[in-house]
Design a protein around this ligand. Structure first.
Ligand SMILES: NC(=O)c1ccc[n+]([C@@H]2O[C@H](COP(=O)([O-])OP(=O)(O)OC[C@H]3O[C@@H](n4cnc5c(N)ncnc54)[C@H](OP(=O)(O)O)[C@@H]3O)[C@@H](O)[C@H]2O)c1
Length: 270
């Protein structure tokens, strides 16, 4: 049974999605801890949020952030900083926070992106952002932690009548534009927070879009029909197998080995 309310750490709390996650988690009755790298931005967060100063690229700043948390929502974004940012923030940030958590357990909700398995599009060729986000997904799956991975469509490109959420699997939409799917930021935040307390969302990876129709509030019914990722799998269920681990950079394989070795030494975590 999932414990409610939780203490929820939001990593990326000052971002366009993270701020809404903070609001939504408070609205759902959770205690919220916001990881903030720039203290000047802390004042924009609601008073109810506990602010912890830290930078995900600096592991020594993260121990206070993870202390005593029940759940972690990742909404990091390194946009504009290219391949280095994608590796250090989108991927390295997740790795460093999971390392800081160590052998403690926490429910994880990770936001990546629709199209994350598309390696050949111009966006990924320029930034490697898809590849690094997908590697962060792999770390979460390998961690042994209970997780949900949400791959949203294009933020706020939805029309005023497009709020009926549709959850897809296999990441087959690769146009690289809003024709892949659209969804309101607020609904992304809501799904991320709802997933933390839904047993039906456990070990599930899905793309999140909205189509014409009203919003629903039966979140378990949205999560329940989805297939869970196979136990021990590194990729989402039905994902294209186009990133073989054996071809990955040595440092990525080392990170995966370290997370896997760590999770195998732990009692089953749920
Ligand atoms: N736009 C779309 O339609 C779309 C669709 C699907 C997926 N996405 C993905 O969503 C992500 C963008 O989400 P968003 O709009 O919420 O991003 P955002 O507004 O840029 O927020 C990113 C968050 O990450 C934080 N951050 C960055 N580097 C950090 C560090 N070193 N330590 C701690 N925190 C750090 C930022 O902190 P600061 O406030 O201090 O910068 C901010 O809180 C992108 O990665 C994008 O690929 C976007």
């Amino acid at each position: 049974m999932t414990r409610v309310p939780m203490t929820v750490l939001v990593v990326g709390a000052t971002g366009s999605i993270g701020r809404l996650v903070v609001d939504e988690a408070i609205r759902q009755g959770h205690a919220v801890r916001a990881l903030v790298r720039n203290p000047g931005k802390a004042g924009r967060l609601p008073n109810e949020a506990q602010v912890v100063i830290g930078d995900v690229t600096k592991p020594e700043t993260l121990s206070g952030a993870v202390d005593g948390v029940d759940a972690i929502v990742f909404t990091l974004g390194s946009d504009g900083t290219g391949k280095v940012g994608a590796e250090n923030v989108d991927y390295g940030g997740v790795r460093n926070v999971l390392n800081a958590l160590g052998s403690r357990t926490a429910r994880v909700a990770l936001m990546t992106s629709i199209g994350v398995t598309n390696r050949t599009g111009s966006y990924n060729r320029a930034t490697e952002a898809h590849d690094w986000k997908r590697r962060s997904e792999r770390l979460v799956r390998a961690s042994g932690l209970p997780y949900t991975i949400v791959r949203p469509g294009w933020f706020d490109y939805n029309g005023p009548d497009e709020h009926r959420l549709v959850l897809l699997q296999g990441d087959t939409r690769h146009a690289g534009d809003p024709s892949d799917g659209v969804v309101a930021r607020r609904q992304i935040a809501e799904i991320l927070v709802r997933s933390l307390t839904s047993d039906d969302a456990l070990r599930k990876t899905f793309e999140l879009i909205a189509v014409t129709g009203p919003a629903r509030d039966d979140f378990d019914a949205l999560f329940a029909p989805l297939e869970a990722d196979p136990q021990g799998a590194l990729d989402g269920v039905h994902d294209t197998a186009n990133m073989p681990v054996k071809d990955e950079p040595r440092r990525v394989r080392d990170d995966l080995d370290s997370v896997l070795a760590h999770s195998e030494r732990l009692p089953e975590r749920s």
